[in-house]
Write a protein that binds this ligand. Structure first.
Ligand code: ADP
Ligand code: MG
Length: 559
C-alpha cells in the first residue's frame, strides 16, 4: 500500500468544495452517476472503434444503500481505472479526465455524449461523506485498485481483489448527511436528476405482476416476480428522431415529464440542431391556467440527459418560459451568473433559435389547419401576444398567424382585418379605426350600435391588450384602436350620410346638459347622442380612448 498527498494545493480546495463549490449538497449523486455514465459510454465507444476487447454485455449502473454500515454505493461496469489512472484522474484535483478523453477522441468523443467537464465532480462526494473508497478494475488487464481518502489531502492506494470490470464508489456518509441513507430521499434525487440518463440505473428491486397462466383458476392470485428496479428511461423522446415519433409518443412523454399534469398539451415543438451549437429538446404549449406565476411544471434544462435545472431564465426568451418541456444542450455554460448567461454568444443564438422554431411551428399549424388553430387561439394567445410585445423578430413572424377575433367569433389576421374594414372604418385623416370590445355584457349596447353601422368589433380581452394595441399602432401604418364605448363614432366617416339623431338640436343640448350634470364636471366621460337609430339606448356615454388606455396601462405596468 502506498500513501500520498493529493496534488494541486488541495489544502485550499477541500474546504472550498465543502462550502462553496455547490450550495446544493444533493448534487453529489448526480456527479457520481455522471461519472459512472461517462465511464460506461467511454467503454462503449472504445469497443465500437475496436480499442477495447471486452464483452460489453448490457452495462448498468447500480445505487445501493447500506443503512447499517452508513454507506452509499455507486457501482458501474464501465471503463474502470488502473493505478496510474487513479493517481492521474482522482489525485489531481481539478484535472478533468473527461476533457482529456475528449481531446484525444475529439469529435468521436463528442458523439459519445460524455458529461463531465468540471474536473471537480468526484470531489463533491466529500460534501456528504467523511470517507470515500474507490474500488476499480480497468477494462485492460491492469490490477484492480483500492483508493481511500477521508477528506484530508492524504489518501491511500493499494491493490484490490475486485474481479469485475468497472468502478464501485463507496461513500461513508457523514453524520450531518444521513438523509442520504434514506431510500425515499435517494429515490427522489434519482427521479430529479437521473430520470433520463443514457445508461440504465438500478435501485433495488420491484415486484412485477405476471400474466396468469391459461389454466389458472379465477381465485388464483396472479404470479409475481422480483425484477431490477430501473429508475430511468435511457432513451427519452427528445433523443429520438421526430420522424420516429407519433403524436401519442409526444403526449406520453409529456406525462412522463409531468406525471401530475392531467391536461394534455396543445401541441409540441421538437428542437434539433447541431450547428453552430448543439441543442435538442421538445417544447409543449400547455393549456395555461390563471396561475401562471405559480406554475411549477416548467421547462427543464439537461446536459447530455443529466438534469441541470428548471430555471431556464436567460436561456429561453421570457415569453416562452410559460411553455413546458425539455431542452438539452451541452453548450450552455453552467455555474455562471444569469447576467453572464444573457451576454453569452452561444446562449443568445440558442434563445433566438428557439424563438424562431416556435414561430415556425405556430405558422405551420395555422397554415395546415386554420380551423383547429382558431379553436386553440384562446389558450395560446397570451404567450403569442406577450412574445409580440417583447421580441421584435417574433412580432414580425407572428404577423402572419396572430388572430384578431370579432365579438361574433370570426377570426381575422391583421391584414384580413385591414382589408375588411378599409372602406367603412376610416377617419378624416384616412386612418383605419379598429373597434374593439373588452366585455360583451357591459358594452353590449355600444357593440350593437357599432355593428348597426356595419363596423367590425373585435373582442380583445387579454390582460396586456392595451400594450399590444400600442405596439400595433406604432408598427403598422395608419391605424388606431378604439374601444366601442370610446369617443370614436363622430370621428369615423360615414360613407352615406345618415340621420343620426331623431331629436332636435335643442332637445339634444338639454338632454346632454342633464346627463353631464349627473356625471360631474371632472369626469372624462362624454355624452353622445348619435347611435340612436340603431340602438335601444337614447344616448351613449363614452370615454376618450387615450384616457382609458392610460389608466389601463398604469394598472398593468410598462410594456
Ligand atoms: P470530470 O467528470 O469533470 O472529468 P470528476 O472529478 O467527476 O471530473 O472525475 C475526474 C475523473 O476521474 C474523470 O474524468 C474520470 O477520468 C475519473 N473517474 C471518475 N469516476 C470514474 C468512474 N466511475 N469510472 C472511471 N473513471 C472515473
Ligand atoms: Mg464528473
Amino acid at each position: 500500500m502506498t500513501t500520498g498527498k493529493i496534488n494541486v494545493s488541495v489544502e485550499n480546495i477541500f474546504p472550498l468544495i465543502k462550502k462553496f463549490l455547490y450550495s446544493d449538497h444533493e448534487i453529489f449523486l448526480r456527479e457520481l452517476i455522471s461519472n459512472a455514465t461517462d465511464a460506461t459510454l467511454k467503454l462503449k465507444h472504445l469497443v465500437s472503434i475496436g480499442e477495447a476487447n471486452v464483452e460489453l454485455g448490457n452495462p448498468m449502473i447500480e445505487i445501493k444503500i447500506d443503512k447499517e454500515g452508513k454507506k452509499l454505493h455507486v457501482i458501474d461496469q464501465g471503463i474502470g481505472m488502473s493505478e496510474d489512472e487513479v493517481k492521474k484522474y482522482i489525485n489531481e484535483v481539478a484535472f478533468s479526465g473527461a476533457e482529456e478523453f475528449l481531446d484525444k477522441y475529439k469529435d468521436a468523443g463528442k458523439d459519445a455524449g460524455i458529461i463531465g467537464h468540471f474536473g471537480l465532480g468526484f470531489y463533491s462526494s466529500f460534501m456528504v461523506a467523511d470517507r470515500v473508497d474507490i474500488f476499480t478494475k480497468s477494462h485492460t488487464d491492469a490490477d484492480a485498485v483500492h483508493w481511500s481518502c477521508d477528506g484530508s489531502p492524504e489518501f491511500s492506494i493499494e491493490k484490490s481483489d475486485r474481479t469485475e470490470r468497472g468502478t464501485e464508489i463507496v461513500l461513508h456518509i457523514a453524520e450531518d448527511s444521513e438523509e442520504f441513507l434514506e431510500e425515499g430521499r435517494i429515490r427522489e434525487l434519482l427521479q430529479k436528476y437521473n430520470k433520463f440518463m443514457p445508461v440504465p440505473i438500478k435501485f433495488g428491486t420491484r415486484t412485477e405482476t405476471l400474466p396468469k397462466p391459461e389454466d389458472a383458476k379465477e381465485e388464483d392470485p396472479a404470479p409475481t416476480q422480483e425484477v431490477d428496479d430501473i429508475i430511468n428511461n435511457p432513451t427519452p423522446a427528445w433523443t429520438k428522431k421526430p420522424s420516429d415519433l407519433t403524436d401519442d409518443d409526444y403526449k406520453a412523454f409529456y406525462r412522463e415529464l409531468y406525471p401530475m399534469q392531467f391536461e394534455e398539451p396543445l401541441f409540441h415543438i421538437h428542437l434539433n440542431v447541431d450547428y453552430p451549437f448543439n441543442l435538442t429538446g421538445i417544447l409543449y404549449f400547455p393549456k395555461l391556467n390563471q396561475d401562471l406565476a405559480n406554475q411549477k411544471d416548467r421547462i427543464q434544462l439537461y446536459q447530455n440527459q443529466v438534469f441541470i435545472t428548471d430555471n431556464v431564465e436567460g436561456i429561453v426568451p421570457e415569453f416562452l418560459t410559460m411553455l413546458r418541456g425539455v431542452i438539452d444542450s451541452p453548450d450552455i455554460p453552467l455555474n455562471v451568473s444569469r447576467s453572464y448567461l444573457q451576454a453569452d454568444g452561444a446562449v443568445k443564438k440558442i434563445s433566438s433559435y428557439i424563438t424562431r422554431k416556435v414561430g415556425d411551428k405556430l405558422n405551420s399549424l395555422f397554415k395546415e389547419d386554420r380551423e383547429n388553430f382558431e379553436k386553440k387561439w384562446d389558450d395560446i394567445k397570451v404567450v403569442i401576444e406577450y412574445g409580440m410585445l417583447s421580441e421584435e423578430k417574433f412580432f414580425e413572424k407572428a404577423d402572419s398567424f396572430a388572430l384578431y377575433p370579432t365579438v361574433d367569433g370570426t377570426y381575422y389576421t391583421f391584414s384580413e382585418l385591414q382589408e375588411k374594414v378599409k372602406d367603412l372604418q376610416t377617419d378624416k385623416d384616412d386612418k383605419l379605426v379598429l373597434l374593439y370590445a373588452s366585455d360583451k355584457e357591459s358594452q353590449h349596447s355600444y357593440i350593437e350600435a357599432a355593428k348597426g353601422r356595419g363596423y367590425e368589433v373585435l373582442m380583445m380581452d387579454s390582460p396586456i391588450v392595451a400594450h399590444l394595441m400600442q405596439k400595433l399602432e406604432t408598427s403598422k401604418e395608419k391605424i388606431s384602436f378604439a374601444r366601442v364605448d370610446a369617443d370614436h363614432l363622430d370621428k369615423l366617416i360615414q360613407k352615406e350620410e345618415t340621420q343620426i339623431s331623431k331629436l332636435s338640436e335643442e332637445e339634444i343640448e338639454t338632454l346632454k346638459g342633464q346627463v353631464e350634470g349627473v356625471l360631474g364636471e371632472k369626469s372624462s366621460y362624454m355624452v353622445q347622442m348619435e347611435a340612436m337609430e340603431s340602438s335601444a339606448s337614447p344616448f351613449m356615454i363614452t370615454e376618450p380612448e387615450f384616457m382609458r388606455r392610460m389608466k389601463e396601462m398604469q394598472q398593468t405596468g410598462g410594456g
